[in-house]
Design a protein around this ligand. Structure first.
Ligand code: UDP
Length: 436
């Protein structure tokens, strides 16, 4: 490796890696940033994760593990804003970021940002620091919009993503499908992207005997269980899952368990299950921490991933690591991580019928694959491998990046920053770009 012990500025603006995972804006991206950073730290690299302070904690800096810190960017009144309201505040986040960096006199080797909002912040920081800027988008606005469900993503977001595809030093994608779609929808160049799949924490996500898990969770022993884990976003397709449930041949002895967010009292989903007449067969659980989630996966006969869009789909890996097969729609990395007919099924389309058919197999008692076989099928998906893959790309990018440190002294001045942030108030990225 050419650059031992890199100093990495990880930017994850809207959602904290130590936030309540499984709630509205805090899902796979937060898990990714947390687990990847830990691995990078374990490998001897230094990671500062910059995020806004929307966790119940006021400390400016929190040590996540050796060499990895979380730094809360303090921008007045921003902690309770939705991510959609953060864009105009990016100049202030930049001031907070640069003031911290200059106070600590750190020179980062590179920036790795997550999601388009962080990408804009990262791009502006790149202009000042003159170091490479890499991005992982996690989701793409144009792809979300192509599903025609949920909140439409703004033109602002899509044009920012296009600009970032052009300006950034590299883009990391977690699945081949996402990479291909990125090139198709955004005209991005293949050479600028790298494919690095996500991982799973095998020590946490491990099988427990189903009966034991059900007893611990107070679940019935005689029912078949279909499990859904995740945020309750319309793109997750939970409504289709409920409709598929009504088509199951043995539905009276099957329970659908939905884990995530606040258990959805009063939501459209609650109304839907009443309309479909499946209220008694569906149980909602409020978000569950990773320490307890393996029990849910182990208790289930199958995990359903009925999404219309995923950039990767971490819950599928977690379920497989717990020995529980997965039935999924063709999204994210599903075809890559599921062995057809052995560790699960990927439907050929997004229809309710196809989902019901695949689920029928797993609630009919026909599945004979042992939990250990399911688990070992994804043994290669460790976070350590993800970190090494990301580092390989970092080093490729760094080896092509000219070192430009000459103007650094300028940027330690908070006065400079104030005027810099002011100039950026226009909200456009890269309009005065000085490629580093
Ligand atoms: N998750 C959780 N508790 C919950 C629901 C979800 O910790 O109650 C976690 C889940 O274990 C996974 C992440 O949230 O690690 C969801 O990631 P995924 O890639 O499946 O979906 P995303 O949220 O990125 O759309």
């Amino acid at each position: 490796m050419e650059n031992n012990h890199l100093k990495i500025a990880m930017i994850c603006l809207h959602s904290s890696p130590i936030g309540n995972i499984g709630t509205q804006d805090t899902g796979g991206m937060s898990v990714y940033v947390r687990e990847l950073s830990r691995e990078l730290g374990r490998l001897g690299h230094y990671v500062d994760i910059y995020t806004r302070n929307n966790v119940e904690s006021c400390s400016r800096t929190i040590t996540l593990c050796e060499r990895v810190r979380i730094i809360h960017l303090t921008v007045k009144d921003s902690s309770h804003l939705s991510k959609y309201e953060l864009h105009p505040l990016i100049p202030e986040f930049l001031s907070s970021l640069e003031n911290f960096r200059s106070q600590e006199e750190i020179c980062y080797d590179l920036i790795y940002s997550h999601y388009w909002l962080s990408g804009i912040l990262g791009e502006w920081a790149r202009e000042i620091w003159k170091v490479p800027h890499l991005i992982m988008f996690h989701t793409l606005g144009a792809l979300k919009n192509s599903c025609g469900m949920g909140q439409q993503e703004s033109e602002l977001r899509i044009s920012a993503e296009k600009k970032l595809a052009e300006l950034s030093s590299g883009i990391i994608m977690a699945s081949n499908r996402e990479r291909n779609n990125f090139m198709r929808y955004y005209g991005a160049a293949l050479e600028k992207t790298d494919l690095v799949p996500c991982g799973v924490h095998f020590e946490i996500f491990r099988p427990t005997e189903s009966r034991k898990a059900r007893l611990k969770l107070g679940l019935a022993l005689e029912e078949k269980i279909i499990l859904y884990v995740g945020r309750l976003d319309p793109l997750k397709g939970i409504d289709r899952l409920m409709k598929a449930f009504t088509l199951l041949s043995s539905r009276n002895s099957v329970r659908l368990i939905i884990v995530g967010e606040n258990g959805c009292p009063g939501s459209a989903l609650e109304k839907l299950m009443t309309d479909l007449g499946i209220r008694k067969s569906v149980s909602f659980f409020e978000r569950v921490n990773h320490t307890l989630l393996p029990l849910y996966y182990s208790a289930a006969d199958v995990l359903a991933v009925p999404s219309l869009y995923e950039s990767f789909g971490l819950v599928a890996l977690e379920s497989l690591a717990c020995g529980t097969p997965v039935v999924a729609t063709p999204v994210g990395s599903m075809e890559k991580i599921i062995i057809k007919g052995e560790t699960g099924l990927v439907t050929s389309d997004f229809s309710v019928q196809a989902l019901a058919e695949a689920l029928n197999f797993y609630v009919s008692g026909k599945n004979k694959t042992r939990a250990e076989t399911v688990r070992s099928s994804i043994a290669e998906y460790t976070w350590s491998r993800s970190a090494k893959g990301v580092l390989r790309f970092f080093n490729d990018v760094l080896s092509e990046h000219p070192k430009k440190r000459s103007a650094e002294h300028l940027f330690k001045s908070p006065f400079f920053l104030k005027s810099y942030a002011y100039e950026k108030q226009s909200g456009h990225i890269g309009h005065k770009s000085t490629p580093g």
